[in-house]
Design a protein around this ligand. Structure first.
Ligand code: NDP
Length: 299
């Protein structure tokens, strides 16, 4: 059977569209209500990758017309000092979203820190209350990466009800919330992980396949149902022909021959994560001020 190559879902362009919608609503908030949404990002330590993420978040926050508050704390910061900063940010009316960049240095446990953030300002959606709200189908702050995946799926497929969705990976930040979101869309959801038996046949049943594993190109084209929509969350650094390159968890070349649509790596899910962080900050600001939530940017 011949099959035309998959549609390449352009996450970069999609993310630019989301940022544009956010910026437009931010401008209206300022004009009509004199409100500027504010995002506070807390970075503890000197991890170079985290520093790059934090810088990019700050730049994109300002570009969207929001206020950006960066708090860089030394590697040796105590839990008490970090919790004191979070308490100040919780009480600050100019701050609508708070993000603590993970991972934290080894002496700090992330759970009490994340759970100290006011749930309404938890724009990463990692607070235990938001996890529970999402799990029970109530209004939550939704983790940014799965939210971005869902936006692209809705855009491509429209109604997702009744589709078989397979999420490979069960982490708290991607796999589990992704599965909850797909269940909320009335998909029939399977969560696969490292102990799943016959992963190939599980994947072959998927109309929607979300890969969030962290193993370079582990999903080949012959695991993909013809016409399926494939969302590749994986970001893996590999050496190819003497150069470092980024690849996903899906073998893009062979998967493109089977799938109906697929996100590339880079340029797929990645750019959506910060765009959704901005969307969540805007949503948090609207909720805090009793204003209607931005359309199409929440679940
Ligand atoms: P984790 O390491 O927390 O989770 C990986 C999951 O994959 C686990 O549930 C694990 O199963 C499962 N797994 C591992 N090996 C296999 C296997 N052989 N077969 C099936 N399942 C397997 O990773 P994250 O969820 O944090 O991230 C996943 C990927 O997504 C990474 O590449 C990360 O860089 C990327 N990522 C990208 C983002 C973006 O913005 N695009 C944001 C966040 C993450 P088990 O639980 O059994 O161990």
């Amino acid at each position: 059977m011949t099959h035309s190559p998959a549609v390449r879902i352009d996450g970069k362009a999609f993310a630019a569209g989301v940022r544009g919608k956010v910026a437009a609503r931010v401008a209206r908030l300022r004009e009509e209500h004199g409100i500027t949404p504010g995002l506070a990002v807390v970075l503890v330590g000197e991890d170079p990758a985290s520093a790059v993420y934090v810088r990019n978040k700050g730049i994109q926050t300002l570009e969207a017309g929001m206020a950006s508050f960066e708090h860089r704390l030394p590697e040796t910061t105590s839990e008490a000092d970090l919790l004191a900063l979070i308490a100040r940010l919780n009480a600050d009316p100019a701050v609508h979203g708070i993000l603590v960049q993970l991972p934290l240095p080894p002496h700090l446990n992330a759970d009490p820190v994340i759970n100290a953030i006011a749930p309404a300002k938890d724009v990463d959606g990692f607070h235990i209350l938001n996890v529970g709200l999402l799990g029970t189908g109530q209004k939550a702050m939704v983790p940014c990466t799965p939210l971005g995946c869902l936006m692209m799926l809705r855009d491509h497929l429209g109604d997702l009800a009744g589709l078989n969705a397979v999420v490979v990976g069960r982490s708290n930040i991607v796999g589990k919330p992704m599965a909850q979101l797909l269940l909320g869309e009335s998909c029939t959801v399977t969560i696969a992980h490292s102990r799943t038996r016959d992963l190939a046949s599980v994947c072959r049943g998927a109309d929607i396949l979300v890969a969030a594993v962290g193993r370079p190109e582990m999903i080949p084209g012959d695991w993909i149902k013809p016409g399926a929509v494939v969302i590749d969350v994986g970001i893996n650094r590999v050496e190819r022909e003497g150069r470092m390159r980024l690849v996903g968890d899906v073998d893009f070349a062979s998967a493109s021959l089977a799938a109906g649509a697929i996100t590339p790596v880079p340029g797929g899910v990645g750019p959506m994560t910060i765009a959704c962080l901005l969307a969540n900050t805007l949503t948090a600001c609207c909720r805090a001020n009793g204003l209607p939530e931005p359309e199409g940017l929440t679940v």
